[in-house]
Write a protein that binds this ligand. Structure first.
Ligand SMILES: Cc1ncc(C[n+]2csc(CCOP(=O)(O)OP(=O)(O)O)c2C)c(N)n1
Length: 668
């Protein structure tokens, strides 16, 4: 134990205008997470909770920041921020149930530790990947800003997390858009076992503020008064003058990354030095010296907290463990959405596919005034395919928003918009570039409803497809990257009428939708498209032609290849099924047709292995085996990247192989 005197030398406190009561409240909020943690460490050793990420020694940051924010301002904490949750007064039994994977927690036992959010408490917990939190905070702040609400959003990261691209993207977006986000870096010396010297090379992480054109500060994260007063001052000013601010809090991680990993790699003298700077012990000594907190009052506070913890634990322990019910698990993957048909008007225009997409988007913009469209070059320039031409003038650049080149940050921001009651459409300039935003799509948007009941009302528009001589990075049709991931819906229209109606539905639907638009169809395919607002249901394939001998199942450009072949070879008698949506998939229409014809061929533009056709083939085999008169055929592009030169690309695409395969199957 170090003496009170050596602590006093280590830390100075300046109370400024704070009252007795305020000083005491800060103290109580600082003791609570410490005492919970001490109890949790015991329970961990007894095997009663799973992994534990200790925030001991860092509590002043969580508590000071949370107390500086208003209750209805969002905070996005990380794994060491217990003090954020406790300072928002979450009932302790709910936290304990959460850590034990019980239903009284926040995730119905589906996610662990601090991986949860709660709209009630305006908290948005992390995903394991750390970085996406930062972009989500941008989206939440953007929603406040667009609605003219004077609110700050605070988001946390460790210094290790600042090395992720997401950190850069989120700060850059916040800066360019003047978003009132408080970026809190907890610099605790180590990212797992990696010391700061191996994590970054600038003197201070706060120096990075200069690079983002952002106000930045570096403060003592172990001094609760410094944290609380500085953040109160900053947030007050950010509410009036919306802008991002970066704060680097200097602190130290006193225990292992998580309990099992220990601290062997941390020099002992460093730990001893920081032990002297313990935020709680120093503040308590200060309050004692000041006469704000007496021994007996301190004892009373601690006794009350002990009782509170005991009570919470009793409730949580008494709760039964969650049990598996297949229907319940499946039911929570998507937010309920009951499609209400809005029939099309009678009057139509003969327009191109691209115009239909644009028209659908425009009608959705008119109907939903909380809809924001984001993408590269989509405002004055109208997007590279001109889908949003004229939109910026009509709806303003708040709602038709050019973004920097940062897919991950923008998709995360779209998630944040959804959390804060908005709808978002994100245009990928080319669907290929979604790979730079893959993480938030498959890990955040797709999983968030199942995890803690938050929906992700986001549509990602995906101009895709080959046959346009654009080579490996502007030609892919990458729907199978997403049909594999539970929680996403995947739409792939082949005609202007469907493109408009399905895009409208995608925007109505509160779930994340990947909306594929084949570039080759944009200006080559025309159709009669009703004027006005109408929608079309997901999960309903279209039977485009009816025949007796074979079922052709396809979507997107494949539909046009199939129709071409049937147009040229009129003796072919086939059902052509245009799937229209891949998730949900209309298996009923597929099975009905295959049971009639006895032969099935699935045509996809995507490379063959691991594509949608493979699963449809398996489903047909499982459900229609007795009806089949031949092996189910899959036809797709060659399993290579998409080549550039015309002859190579023609050979890559499946058109010729489709013709051969269909005749082979008919002759079987
Ligand atoms: C994308 C990703 N890579 C690696 C990890 C594994 N991991 C989890 S936490 C962590 C260290 C984080 O360090 P820091 O951001 O400094 O936070 P601290 O744990 O020190 O509070 C690592 C490497 C991860 N969760 N996500």
């Amino acid at each position: 134990m170090h003496s009170a005197t050596s602590r006093r030398e280590a830390m100075e406190f300046d109370t400024k205008h704070l009252t007795h009561e305020e000083l005491l409240l800060l103290y109580k909020n600082l003791v609570l997470p410490r005492m919970i943690e001490e109890k949790m460490l015991v329970l961990l050793r007894q095997g009663k909770i799973s992994k534990w990420f200790s925030g001991i020694g860092q509590e002043a940051i969580s508590v000071g920041v949370t107390m500086a924010l208003r209750k209805d301002e969002y905070i996005l904490p990380m794994h060491r921020n217990l003090g954020v949750f406790t300072s928002r007064n979450i009932p302790l039994h709910r936290l304990f149930s959460q850590w034990q994977g019980k239903a009284g927690g926040f995730t119905k036992g589906r996610d662990r530790s601090f991986h949860f959010g709660s709209q009630e408490f305006h908290l948005v917990g992390m995903i394991s990947h750390l970085g996406p939190q930062l972009g989500v905070a941008d989206g939440i702040a953007l929603a406040h800003k667009i609605r003219g609400e004077k609110k700050v959003t605070a988001v946390f990261t460790g210094e290790g997390g600042t090395s992720e691209g997401d950190f850069h993207e989120a700060l850059n977006i916040a800066s360019v858009w003047d978003l009132p986000v408080l970026f809190c870096i907890e610099n605790n010396g180590y990212g797992l076992s990696t010391p700061v010297s191996e994590q970054y090379r600038c003197d201070h992480l706060s120096d990075r503020g200069i690079g983002y054109g952002m106000e930045a500060h570096r403060i003592d994260g172990n001094n609760i008064l410094e944290v609380y007063l500085k953040i109160s001052e900053l947030t007050e000013s950010m509410r009036e003058n919306p802008r991002p601010v970066l704060v680097e809090f200097m602190t130290f991680r006193m225990r292992g990354h998580e309990e099992a990993s220990g601290t062997k790699y941390v020099p002992e003298d460093l730990l001893a030095l920081w032990e002297l700077r313990d935020p709680l012990a120093n503040y308590r000594d200060f309050l004692h010296r000041r006469g704000v907190l007496g021994e007996s009052e301190d004892m009373t506070i601690r006794r009350q907290i002990t009782a509170q913890i005991q009570q919470g634990l009793q409730t949580a322990f008494a709760e039964p463990s969650v049990t598996f019910h297949v229907e319940r698990e499946l039911a929570d993957v998507y937010k309920d959405f009951s499609f209400t048909a809005v029939p099309p008007e009678e009057h139509s225009r003969h327009i191109r596919f691209v115009d239909a997409v644009s028209d659908g988007l425009q009608h959705a913009m008119d109907r939903f005034d909380n809809l924001i469209v984001m993408g590269q070059d989509i405002a004055a320039y109208g997007g590279v395919f001109k889908v949003t031409e004229g939109f910026a003038i009509r709806y303003g650049t708040d709602r038709i928003r050019n973004t920097p080149i940062c897919e991950s940050g923008v998709i995360s921001a779209a998630m944040g918009l959804a959390i804060n009651n908005m709808k978002a459409v994100v245009e990928m300039q080319f669907s290929d570039f979604i790979s730079s935003g893959f993480n938030p799509v498959v890990n955040y948007l797709a999983k968030v409803h199942y995890r803690w009941g938050q929906h992700a009302d986001v549509v990602i528009r995906m101009p895709c497809g080959g046959g346009v001589g654009a080579g490996p990075f502007h030609s892919q049709t990458n729907e199978a990257w997403f049909t594999k991931t539970p929680g996403l819906k995947v739409v792939y229209p082949a005609f202007p009428y469907d493109a408009k109606g399905l895009l409208v539905t995608a925007i109505e639907d509160p779930n994340p939708v990947l909306f594929f638009e084949h570039k080759g169809l944009y200006r080559s395919v025309y159709g009669d498209v009703p004027e006005g607002y109408y929608n079309l249901p997901f999960g309903k394939a279209a039977l485009l032609s009816e025949g007796e001998d074979i079922t052709i199942i396809t979507y997107g450009m494949g539909v046009h290849w199939a129709l071409d072949l049937l147009g040229r070879e009129t003796e072919l008698s086939a059902d052509i099924i245009d799937l229209r949506t891949l998730q949900p998939l209309d298996t009923e229409t597929i099975f009905r047709s295959v049971r009639k014809t006895g032969k099935a061929i699935i045509l996809q533009e995507d490379t063959l292995f691991g594509g949608v056709a493979s699963d449809i083939s398996a489903l047909i085999t499982e459900h229609c085996f007795e009806y089949l008169d031949g092996p189910v055929q899959r036809v797709g592009s060659l399993d290579t990247p998409v080549p550039f030169a015309p002859d190579l690309e023609n050979g890559f695409l499946p058109v010729e192989r489709f013709k051969l395969a269909i005749h082979r199957l008919l002759a079987y």
